[in-house]
Design a protein around this ligand. Structure first.
Ligand code: URA
Length: 433
């Protein structure tokens, strides 16, 4: 078999046989296929897509390139929620304790933030002493006790994805739906769970800029799940403004805690409640999502969900008192207030711009080698649909270093799109598949 023939076949829109995909990926993993040939193949996939059979085989080989984790010791319904990446996305920090309080457990691999999007690892690492579990045994121990089994990134799970993603990143082949679907799903399939819930973000601050592409990505990931006989659900949610009111690490932990105390932003609650109810329905506990909302309210109002988060923080090496004393979290030294230069109604807050404005002051990473400052970030005071008067406060930037402050301020002002007519606040959950 010759790699050049496989590239030609994909270029000519012919279907590759199982053995051909197996040959290509296994030889690539061994270092026997040069990056220039794999790049050409990926570009051919970018233009010509993959058939269902190709996608399943491709994903199987990706999954099998590393360890597969099974949690024999956690005797609970396991939920793996995955977000395709957003701005201000603190859903996992709120959702995992709620699921735990409802008697379910989260088992998932958490990610680090890159570019304008944040990552769950960075948010929890804002807590002094907090250490993510890095082995299956540690996750099992903490999840059995608390119901929260979040695992830090591991090189041992789907190493082929790491290799391919680095290549896609420099060959303009990241935005290919079959490649994104197999990349995400191979990592989900490598970890045991009873349901995989995909939060597919749509809009300005998301990978998928429009609903059609988001729906297509969700459907392809579900197609893979069905092929592997796994339960997969997808929630399409809007990312045309940051989620909630804070973008940063320590400040997002505070917002997540406030949500667990019953003071959550409407949009954060809508996403969290929907996903938690979808999980309960997948377990068979409820028939209608609205029955789940009542149960979620109960575990928030009783304080049980918050106590699950406290337990998880303590088990992971952090100080659980921070849920009542935010000064335990790192705090930025300086604050800059940003005021509106016009009157109007907020029509949109470009989430990608806000994510970048937070990134350049240190809340995120431009490259994976950058160090982040957990204390900095942006708090927004006006959301889509709100009325704004000239001179009214739009946002606050928390910073330690003035280096990129001016740019950050300009990006923030540019992110706010005002219009004269009143706009209704948008629905965040667009569709459930
Ligand atoms: N997230 C992933 O894990 N992989 C992709 O290809 C895109 C987003």
């Amino acid at each position: 078999m010759r790699v050049v023939d496989l590239i030609e076949k994909k270029r000519e829109k012919e279907e590759l046989a199982k053995e051909e995909i197996h040959f290509l990926l296994s030889e690539y993993l061994k270092g026997n296929v040069p990056d220039y040939q794999m790049s050409a193949f990926l570009m051919a996939v970018y233009f010509n897509d993959m058939t269902k059979a190709e996608l399943l085989e491709f994903t199987t080989l990706m999954r099998d390139s590393g360890e597969i984790i099974k949690f024999e010791k956690i005797n609970k319904f396991l939920v793996d929620k995955h977000s395709t990446g957003g701005v201000g996305d603190k859903v996992t920090v709120v959702l995992a304790p709620i699921l735990a309080a409802l008697g379910l457990a989260s088992t998932k691999l958490s990610g680090k933030g890159l570019g304008h999007t944040g990552g769950t690892i960075d948010k929890f690492e804002a807590i002094k002493g907090f250490k993510f579990s890095s082995s299956k045994e540690e996750v099992e121990k903490i999840a059995s006790k608390t119901g929260i089994g979040l695992m830090g990134y591991s090189d041992k799970i789907v190493p082929l994805d790491k290799k391919l993603y680095s290549l896609r990143d420099v060959t303009a082949t990241v935005p290919s739906i079959p490649l994104i679907a197999s990349s995400i799903m191979s990592k989900k399939l490598a970890i045991q769970s009873d349901v995989i819930i995909l939060d597919v973000k749509v809009g300005d601050g998301a990978f998928m800029k429009n609903i059609e592409r988001a729906r297509e990505l969700a459907k392809r990931m579900i197609e893979i799940g069905i092929g592997f006989k796994r339960k997969v659900r997808a929630v399409l949610s809007n990312m045309d403004e940051p989620l909630g009111y804070s973008v940063g690490n320590a400040i997002e932990i505070i917002e997540a805690i406030e949500t667990l105390k019953g003071n959550g932003a409407k949009d954060v609650k809508e996403v969290v409640y929907t996903i938690a109810a979808v999980a309960l329905k997948a377990k068979g506990v409820i028939k209608e999502l609205k029955d789940g909302y009542r149960k979620i309210d109960e575990v928030i109002n009783s304080g049980l969900a918050l106590s699950k988060l406290k337990e998880f923080i303590a088990e992971s090496g952090g100080d659980e008192n921070l849920v009542n004393d935010y000064s335990i979290l790192p705090v930025a030294k300086e604050k800059l207030e940003i005021f509106s230069q016009n009157n109007g109604y907020v029509a949109k807050i470009k989430a990608e711009e806000i994510g970048k404005a937070a990134m350049i002051i240190g809340a995120g990473r431009a490259t994976k080698y950058d160090k982040i400052d957990h204390s900095v970030g942006i708090k927004i005071f006006k959301k889509v649909g709100d009325k704004v008067e000239k001179g009214e406060k739009l946002a606050e930037i928390y910073y330690n270093d003035e280096k990129n402050l001016k740019n950050s301020k300009e990006m923030l002002l540019d992110a706010y799109v005002l219009q004269n007519e009143k706009v209704s606040g948008q629905k965040v959950v667009i569709e459930i598949i």
